[in-house]
Design a binder for this molecule. Sequence first.
Ligand code: BQF
Length: 287
Amino acid sequence: MAQLIDGKLLSAQIRSEVKADVEKRVQLGKRAPFLTVVLIGEDPASASYVKAKAAASAEVGIGSDTLRFESSISESEVLALLARLNEDPNVDGILVQLPLPSHIDEQKVINAIAPTKDVDCFHPESVGNLVIGMDGFQPATPAGIVEMLRRSNIPTAGKHCVIIGRSNIVGKPLANLMLKKGIDSTVTVCHSRTPNLPEIARQADILVAAIGRAHFVTADMVKEGAVVIDVGINRIDDPTKERGYRLVGDVDFEAVSKKASFITPVPGGVGPMTIAVLLQNTLKASR
Ligand code: BQF
């Protein structure tokens, strides 16, 4: 039976570390770090993520403001807003909640965020720094995963890390982090067009599921004793719940937890770690 990696607990440790650092800054007479979140449209999942980010910021003494816009806002209005936020000395971090409405070019918007305020680490300059191993902002979900491994004393050096999913938000940046000097994994990235995916997944010492399909990773795809990290957040209908749905990961937790040595739950796994790294990045942006 696998040991559970408790993302709620580990993220609470990180939040208390950030909180202590914020308090130190404030005691030195500096202002608290400040995060501006831009939310466009009314996607309920995006609204809940933004709420979680504001609440976590408040908890650690980071100021934050969520700017909400209707989905009809034009791309040029968003770019003009970002230009103002880039110039605003009271704003340390800028986060544009994705996805954006289809009439807005996401990459154009990301490119318009000042790299010094890019707490999501999505700007090409931030991504470039990550790829060459320079320090800077950390991509929140990938860094959250690495922190989970580190704080659980799970070795990564020389281990085969298989990542299922090649997104710019998780798969690609995680591959780069796992390759970093000091982490030293061997990395394979699989995706929807990988023909022999189950066979490759079975070779993983560390298997990361970031495909966005409920219960995609089944027990036959997991080596005995592997570490399984579930990045998926899928809403599936559940009439027994008050809100009408529940969250499940990309991993068939029930069956896979019998084979894995360590496994992350959903909810309460990678998700809270993502938020904790965002707070670390916002603190970093204020320095
Ligand atoms: C938990 C996200 C897909 C697309 C865009 C805690 C979050 C989620 C789950 C959260 C996510 C996922 C975020 C839990 C932020 C993670 O207890 O399991 C926190 O708020 N996340 C996002 O901002 O954009 C996304 C997933």
